[in-house]
Design a protein around this ligand. Structure first.
Ligand code: PGA
Length: 258
């Protein structure tokens, strides 16, 4: 973390879990366990239908609501899609784009991720842009090359003023939901590399100001060590964000010296 230059963000990714009707008890338990002093922004990204319930229940403990996907289209005959305008209208402040599960199961490519990020920015929603390599790519020593390509593609046509409203999440695919976390050194190395890519495109100041999160089996035990790294500005948390006590512990880990 480097609180002097950028925001620390702990974002939960509930994926297709929980129900609107279970948010209230979840938030009550979360609130009871959250530290008194706020040392990061807290976000919970739910399926779009649950965003209003999250906003209502999250007000008390200053948890912002996010979605997990958005249409690249503005409006019209796209049955089943949810637009950025509709997300903004119900109060979503963040939205994940390019999660590896969407890339893998829904065939999303870098161009689509870029279009979705732009659609969100146009409506004032912060895109949490996910990038990350497969195990095969890591073993072939292609991690940085691939991640750099993803970052460049996702940010294509996004100017420095808009970059200030973007968050990047580095999520090695092999670490997601597997219990295999990247070591703090591995995660730092790639997050530092991502910042270098951004520096090349936008210059030193914008690169210094962009928050880069780590995601992939981050939990109550390993969060502090990951967050102590200079280029890791928070976490995108799946499994552990479904457990209020664990999620609160991760939030509390941001209180350490930055
Ligand atoms: P995980 O998921 O924390 O369960 O590994 C992270 C993510 O997919 O965003």
């Amino acid at each position: 973390m480097n609180r002097k230059y950028r925001k620390t963000v702990i974002a939960g990714n509930w994926k297709m879990n929980q129900l609107a009707s279970t948010i209230k008890p979840f938030m009550e338990e979360l609130k009871a366990n959250l530290p008194k002093n706020k040392t990061c922004d807290i976000v919970l990204c739910t399926p779009a239908v649950m965003v209003p319930a999250m906003i209502k229940a999250g007000k008390d403990c200053k948890v912002a609501a996010g979605a997990q996907d958005v249409s690249k289209y503005e409006k019209g005959a796209y049955t089943g899609e949810v637009s950025a305008d509709q997300l903004a209208d119900i109060g979503a402040k963040y939205c994940i784009v390019g999660h590896s599960e969407r890339r893998q199961y829904h065939g999303e490519d870098d161009m689509l991720v870029n279009a979705k990020a732009k659609a969100l920015l146009a409506k004032g929603i912060t895109p949490i842009i996910c990038v990350g390599e497969s195990l095969e790519q890591r073993e072939m020593d292609l991690t940085m090359e691939y991640v750099a390509y993803q970052v460049k593609a996702a940010l294509s046509g996004i100017d420095a003023a808009q970059l200030r409203h973007c968050i990047i999440a580095y999520e090695p695919i092999w670490a997601i939901g597997t219990g295999k976390t990247a070591t703090a050194e591995q995660a730092q190395e790639v997050c530092e590399g991502i910042r270098a890519v951004i520096r090349k495109i936008y210059g030193a100041r914008p690169a210094r100001a962009v928050s880069i999160l780590y995601g992939g089996s981050m939990n109550a035990k390993n969060a502090a060590e990951l967050l102590a790294q200079p280029d890791i500005d928070g976490g995108l948390i799946g499994g552990a964000s479904l457990k209020p006590v664990d999620f609160a512990t991760i939030v509390a880990a941001t209180a350490q010296e930055a």
